[in-house]
Structures are given as structure tokens and as C-alpha cells.
Design a protein around this ligand. Structure first.
Ligand SMILES: [Zn+2]
Ligand SMILES: [Zn+2]
Length: 342
């Protein structure tokens, strides 16, 4: 099969073609696994973190990609949940032990044996992949393959982030950063919490305009103060300045939820601006979001099919994965990038 393969860690700044088009043997499903012929795979900021070594794959070479949509074309022994031809999605959570304390509580995203799709095992920048059948999800018919792909990461983790804010209808929410996850969260909030106002902090004026278009009541720069103090804020940026500035925008007892697998060190000195009375005093708290549990993927897919929310998508061919990654790193085009694989 054709795959776009990461063979060594590198910096996108110096190397704009980190992935190499490679012919690999077709994967064979093991016991309990299904074989999926991939039709679409979303491109995520986490791929940049993997390529640049902030969350490095434990083994190289590896096939990246964890927002995978395709059709079942085979099954290993004992795998019977799906039939040939069924459409399935695969998310960041590839597997977990299924019997530790965290797994028992439904938080398998925290499992010590958590394995990530497209980092710890081969993912979706390819024509085929295998996955344990317990970690594949039926895709609601209302979405095309390409539309469904970005829902599996940006959407599912946005769903988990929103859950962790503990927001109630009528309480005001801030979003700092307004990319793929931010715009899905805004649409979700408008549906689930119709009386909550959403305030968006974004560096780019185009993102701010997009936020207002989607129903935010206010949009300003990262360092601006919103007209109200906010009950909770979700940060989806890769850097530190938005964390510090968001804390200043929180109401007493407010909670900042950081949805980022890793932060870059480029502006780490910004943390020295942290002023206890301005940013932390009055029982403000910070919570990170780690991975996704299966209930987040399922819950989100169900919710977006009901609303329905369709993400804005920009398509690339499999062979154009490098270009998609470079654009993700540098450009300001709105919406989610998806590889369309024939
Ligand atoms: Zn992702
Ligand atoms: Zn576990």
C-alpha cells in the first residue's frame, strides 16, 4: 500500500517535506482487529508535535494520522462487531488495557497502556490500517467521509474539553485560539448551552471575524480583556501567552481548560508575567485535557449528527500531506485539513 511515512524527527522550518511517500506491505488484522480501507484522514496539529519531537513516536518509521474514516475490508479471529463494507472511524485512542482503574472508570484516555493512533502504531496517512474493533466507531450517515474525519479529533477533544469546563447553561465561556477545535466547540455550545455567551480570543483578525460570524458575542486579541469575567475558558493554542492572558479573564472560581498535548517553548518566558493576584487568586484553577476516551468520540458523533454540525474542510491528496502540514504550521486558512485517499 501507499503511505506517507515519517522516517526521522525534524523541524518543519528547516524541512518542508518531513514525510516520504513509501510502499509498505498491507497490514494484516490480528485477533480482535479489523482491517480498514482508508478514504479520508484529517491533518492535526499533533502531527507537528510528533514530527518536531514534542511528543515523539516511540518507534520510527511510523505512519501518522489519527482522524481516520474508511470501510471495513477484513477482520482477524474473534472480531465480529462489524461487517465487510461498514463505514468506521478511528480516533487518537488506538487502544488501552481495558482493566485498570482509569479504564474501569471510563477514562481510558488516562490508562498507563494508552496507545495513540499514528504515533504508537501506524495511523491513517495510508491506504489501509488495522485497529482493535472495540476502538472503531460507526459514522453517522449524515456526514461524508471527508466531513467526518476532523470530527474524530478536533471535535471529540473539543467535546471532552467542554465537559471538563463544568459549564452550565447561562454561564459565559471563553475560547482562546480559534482553529478546528475552537470552531466546533462554538457550534456545540450554541446548541447545548443556548443561554451562554461565547467570547473568542484570537491573534488573527480573520479568525475573529469567523468567530463572530458563527455566533460569538465578542472577539478580541489574545491579550485583550473581555467585557465580562468568564466562568471558564478553553485554550487550544500551542503556546504560553494565551494561558497567562486567559487566567486574567477568568471570574473568581473560574476554570481554564488547556486542550494541548504539548506546549511549544517559543514564548515560555511569558509565564514570568504570571501575577498571583491577577491570574490565580480567588480560587481560579487550571485543568489539562489528555487524549480522548471512547465515550467522548461516541458522544460527540451522536451530538453533531443531531444538530448537525458540519466542519469546514479543505481537501488534499495523500501525496500532498507535507503541503497540508506546512500550511497548518504557517497559514491562516480556516477550517480543517483532510487527506482524501482513493
Ligand atoms: Zn488530533
Ligand atoms: Zn487501562
Amino acid at each position: 500500500m501507499k503511505a506517507m511515512v515519517l522516517k526521522e524527527l525534524t523541524s518543519l522550518k528547516e524541512n518542508q517535506t518531513p514525510l516520504e511517500l513509501t510502499e509498505l506491505a498491507d497490514p494484516v488484522p490480528e485477533a480482535g482487529q479489523i482491517l480498514v480501507k482508508i478514504s479520508a484522514c484529517g491533518v492535526c496539529h499533533t502531527e507537528l508535535d510528533e514530527i518536531e519531537g514534542r511528543t515523539p513516536p516511540p518507534h520510527l518509521p511510523v505512519v501518522l494520522g489519527h482522524q481516520v474514516v474508511g470501510h471495513v475490508v477484513g477482520a482477524g479471529s474473534g472480531a465480529s462487531a462489524f461487517e465487510t463494507g461498514d463505514r468506521v472511524g478511528i480516533a487518537w485512542i488506538y487502544s488501552a488495557c481495558e482493566h485498570c482503574e482509569h479504564c474501569d472508570e471510563g477514562n481510558e484516555n488516562l490508562c498507563p497502556d494508552f496507545k495513540a493512533t499514528g504515533r504508537d502504531v501506524n495511523g491513517g496517512y495510508a491506504e489501509y490500517m488495522t485497529v482493535p474493533e472495540n476502538f472503531a466507531y460507526p459514522i453517522p450517515a449524515v456526514f461524508s467521509d471527508v466531513e467526518a474525519a476532523p470530527l474524530l479529533c478536533a471535535g471529540a477533544i473539543g467535546y471532552r474539553s467542554l465537559k471538563l469546563t463544568l459549564l452550565e447553561d447561562g454561564q459565559d465561556l471563553g475560547l482562546t485560539g480559534f482553529g478546528a477545535s475552537g470552531h466546533l466547540v462554538l457550534k456545540m455550545v450554541r446548541h447545548r448551552y443556548p443561554n451562554s455567551k461565547v467570547y473568542v480570543f484570537a491573534r488573527n483578525p480573520k479568525e475573529r471575524a469567523f468567530a463572530l460570524e458563527l455566533g460569538a458575542v465578542w472577539a478580541g486579541g489574545t491579550e485583550e480583556r473581555a467585557p465580562e469575567k468568564l466562568r471558564s475558558i478553553i485554550d487550544t493554542t500551542p503556546v504560553w501567552k494565551p494561558v497567562v492572558e486567559a487566567l486574567a479573564n477568568l471570574a473568581p472560581g473560574g476554570r481554564l481548560v488547556i486542550n494541548a498535548i504539548r506546549k511549544e517553548d517559543v514564548d515560555k518566558e511569558y509565564l514570568l508575567r504570571l501575577d498571583y493576584p491577577t491570574h490565580l487568586w480567588m480560587e481560579k484553577e487550571i485543568k489539562s485535557v489528555a487524549n480522548v476516551a471512547r465515550s467522548d468520540v461516541r458522544g460527540f458523533l451522536k451530538l453533531v449528527a443531531e444538530i448537525p454540525i458540519k466542519p469546514e474542510v479543505q481537501e488534499f491528496a495523500l501525496e500532498e500531506a507535507n503541503q497540508a502540514l506546512v500550511e497548518l504550521k504557517t497559514s491562516k486558512i480556516r477550517g480543517a485539513k483532510v487527506l482524501k485517499i482513493d
